[in-house]
Structure formats: structure tokens, C-alpha cells
Ligand binder design. Structure first.
Ligand code: DX5
Ligand code: ZN
Length: 225
């Protein structure tokens, strides 16, 4: 079943406590944390100290999406801050096999994030070290962009690749997702659907969260995978 993974990148940072409570009160179990360093992407967001503070007030599973140069240097900090998954961009590491092994060695789930132009073939010799594939449906760096339609084809390709694997790999899609895209992604069988601005820019955030939860839990609209 597809699950919602809200991104707080576009949330009001003065109200993060109430934002997380609202998400949990409405059954959200997963939180997407967009970590940006202003180098790998042209934006700066927040770091492990904020994540550590949020960890104290939330039971949700934290997923750190590291859009940073040299993520190897940050694995320990985000592990200690309470993340369950650490997702990195292959373009930001010298040795992808070693980085994924290091994330796994911390007892965390290892994620690889594919930008719109990054081919799935980059995963060919490290699938055994991958727990999540995060497909960017926007170019990384900012919320509020439009969904890149070519992502659909990449989802189908990744599904073909993971079908042959002996272990479970979850597919996440991230960027430009609104209700219409979420409906399509659910039908495609995507496991985790990241939504940022469509929730946190909404007039009535609680109603929008509930609308996504209704959509994703509605068994009358089965997924096709
Ligand atoms: C962009 C981030 C996405 C983004 C999602 O680099 O990885 O998580 O914040 O936000 P929306 O849903 O607004 O595109
Ligand atoms: Zn993200």
C-alpha cells in the first residue's frame, strides 16, 4: 500500500511541533527530511540538530534525504539524530558501494536518490545494499516545482529491475506531487509518496493531509503493480 511521506521543507519552521502533531494525529507514519547544503543544490535547509529536536517530539519514521556534497561525513550525525533511512545521491560520493555499506553498518536503511537525468543502471552492482530508491520527479533543491512526467517511465523500469531481487526494495517518488500525481503513483504501486508544498502551503493543512490519507488508504482504487 502506498504511504504518504510529507516533506517539511516548505513548512513554517516556527510551527514544526504542531505540524508534526497534525501529521501523526492523522495517521502519518513517515517524515521526509530534505537536507540541503547550498553546494550540491542551490538551497540551504536544516541539519542534524533540528532533526534531533524533532526526534524528541515525534514517533514517525525519519527519512533523511541528503542533497549534500560529501554525505559520508554526515551519516553518523543523522544516524545519531534518529533517522531510520539515509538517502544519498550517487553523484555526491566517490564510492557508492562503500557509502551504502557504511549506512547499513549503522543499522539504518540505505536509500539511493536518482535525479531526473540519472539512469537506474547506476544501481546495477549495488542493489544488494539498497533498501529504498528515491526517484526525483523534480530537479532537487526546491519545493513547489512541477512533476516531471518522464518519472513514470523510470518507475516502471525500476519495478522491472527490483522484481528479480531476493530482497525488498521500496520505491519513493519525490517532487511536484499533488493529488492527481498521488493517485497515479498509487496506481503504479509506488511505496512512499513525498508531498511537501501541497500540504504545507494549503489553507487547511489538516483537510489536505486527510484527503491524501483517504486517497492512499482507499482500497476501492487498487494499485496496478
Ligand atoms: C526537492 C525535495 C522534495 C521537495 C518536495 O529537492 O527533495 O522533497 O521538497 O516538495 P514539493 O512536494 O513541494 O515538490
Ligand atoms: Zn526530498
Amino acid at each position: 500500500m502506498s504511504k504518504l511521506s510529507p516533506s517539511i521543507l516548505n513548512a513554517d519552521f516556527t510551527e514544526l511541533g504542531s505540524a508534526l502533531s497534525l501529521l501523526e494525529e492523522n495517521g502519518v507514519e513517515h517524515l521526509h527530511l530534505d537536507i540541503m547544503d547550498g553546494h550540491y543544490v542551490p538551497n540551504l535547509s536544516f541539519g542534524p540538530e533540528l532533526v534531533r529536536s524533532l526526534r524528541k517530539i515525534s514517533r514517525m519514521e525519519f527519512d533523511a534525504h541528503l542533497m549534500v556534497e560529501n554525505p559520508d561525513d554526515m551519516i553518523d550525525a543523522f544516524a545519531e539524530a534518529g533517522c531510520r533511512t539515509i538517502t544519498i545521491h550517487p553523484e555526491t560520493v566517490r564510492h557508492l558501494h562503500r557509502t551504502l555499506s557504511n549506512i547499513r553498518a549503522k543499522g539504518l536503511l540505505a536509500g539511493v536518490c536518482l535525479n531526473p537525468s540519472t539512469p537506474p543502471s547506476v544501481l546495477e552492482y549495488v542493489w544488494h545494499l539498497v533498501d529504498h530508491v528515491l526517484l526525483m520527479s523534480v530537479n532537487p533543491g526546491f519545493g513547489g516545482q512541477s512533476y516531471i512526467e518522464e518519472t513514470d517511465r523510470k518507475i516502471l523500469r525500476i519495478q522491472e529491475m527490483i522484481q528479480t531481487l531476493p530482497h525488498r526494495v521500496k520505491i519513493q517518488v519525490d517532487g511536484g506531487v499533488k493529488m492527481q500525481e498521488a493517485q497515479k503513483l498509487k496506481a503504479l504501486g509506488v511505496d512512499l509518496i513525498v508531498v511537501g508544498s501541497d500540504i504545507f502551503a494549503a489553507e487547511n493543512k489538516e483537510e489536505r493531509i486527510r484527503a491524501y490519507q483517504r486517497l492512499l488508504t482507499d482500497s476501492s482504487q487498487p494499485n496496478l503493480s
